[in-house]
Design a protein around this ligand. Structure first.
Ligand code: PMV
Length: 315
């Protein structure tokens, strides 16, 4: 029998962190933007009970029976609790183009798409900050102590200047930034890397606080460069951020190889993006050198390369 018509569909983009990861967990600023090229989608169908089907990994989750720490069930329960509704007899089919555990916000995007699909099927809406807070609750299952940057950028769907616990500030690039994202193909759970940084910080507060302060200064200057459209200066700041991330111990030989290849092929700057140790790196490119840098990344072992933009005022 063909599927009945869907009740509703929800979407959400991936995200990338331009600069400031890890230090952002310790109250410093970070800059991130949605990655509209990669999307998560949730399609809601009528069914006999409440199910989430993660189509890409062939996982069926019966929400009523799932453990409390199942992220697919958690988002459904949170939406129903928020709306004071019982679990509906619906099947939510989730698909995602965003690689898992690679710093591109897959967990936040899947939770956001699922919540949006459900809300639409209920004929309900939530204020954006409520939805972001709800997705943050799901992020805690993936990350342990997330800063909140992933849910914020994915739910708001625009570039963000993010400081933990503070209201979002409007942030508009003065010119569109062109980026390439190179995937090492190595899954690296953020929770483990964040835990290692915490152990380093506990063992040597002074050293890590100085590294985080260094990142803070770079991110603050990066904002000025982005707002002014000064991509040359921004590229140098991204390189400096990478050096500090390397000192924190969150880079890896594979990431280093991609970063070096991108710079050698003419990128204006390059660094890891997200949790590190694997996952993805980003390279800031001038429009003319995009293809050369893309080829260099693939030759240096990137499993995939995505183009991304951070849209400027006119874009
Ligand atoms: O989800 P990821 O891998 O992009 O990591 C998020 C960035 C971190 O700063 C490493 C962690 C956090 O919660 O902000």
């Amino acid at each position: 029998m063909p599927d009945p018509a869907p009740l509703a569909v929800g979407h959400a983009p991936g995200k990338f962190i331009l600069c400031g990861e890890h230090a952002v967990v310790y109250g410093r600023p970070a800059i991130a933007a949605p990655l509209f090229q990669l999307q998560a989608q949730a399609v809601v169908y009528p069914d006999r009970e409440c199910l989430v089907v993660a189509v890409d990994i062939d996982r069926w989750v019966r929400v009523a029976a799932a453990p409390a720490d199942d992220p697919f069930a958690r988002v459904v329960r949170l939406v129903c609790a928020e709306l004071e509704r019982p679990l509906p007899p619906w099947r939510i089919e989730v698909r995602s183009e965003i690689p898992i555990a690679s710093g591109l916000g897959s967990g936040a995007a899947i939770a956001t798409a699922t919540a949006r699909g459900l809300l639409a099927a209920f004929g309900a809406a939530l204020p954006v900050e409520r939805l972001s807070a709800l997705v943050y609750e799901v992020e805690k299952l993936h990350h342990g102590t997330p800063s909140g940057i992933d849910n914020t950028v994915v739910v708001y769907g625009r570039p963000v200047w993010f400081v933990r616990g503070q209201a979002l500030e409007p942030f508009v690039p003065g010119a569109t930034l062109h980026l390439l994202i190179g995937d090492t193909g190595i899954a690296s759970p953020t929770r483990l890397v964040v835990g290692d940084v915490r152990r380093g910080w506990e063992a040597d507060h002074g050293r890590y606080e100085a590294l985080f302060d260094g990142v803070d200064a770079i991110v603050t200057r990066a904002r000025t460069c982005i707002e002014a459209g000064d991509v040359m200066a921004l590229g140098k700041l991204l390189d400096q951020n990478q050096a500090l991330l390397d000192e924190m111990g969150v880079s890896s030989p594979e990431l280093d190889r991609l970063v070096t290849a991108a710079r050698g092929a003419g990128a204006l700057g390059a660094k890891l993006s997200g949790g590190g140790r694997g996952g993805n790196m980003i390279a800031l490119v001038a429009p003319g050198s995009e293809e050369t840098v893309r080829e260099a990344l693939l030759a240096a072992g990137a499993k995939r390369v995505f183009g991304a933009e951070m849209a400027g005022e006119a874009g």
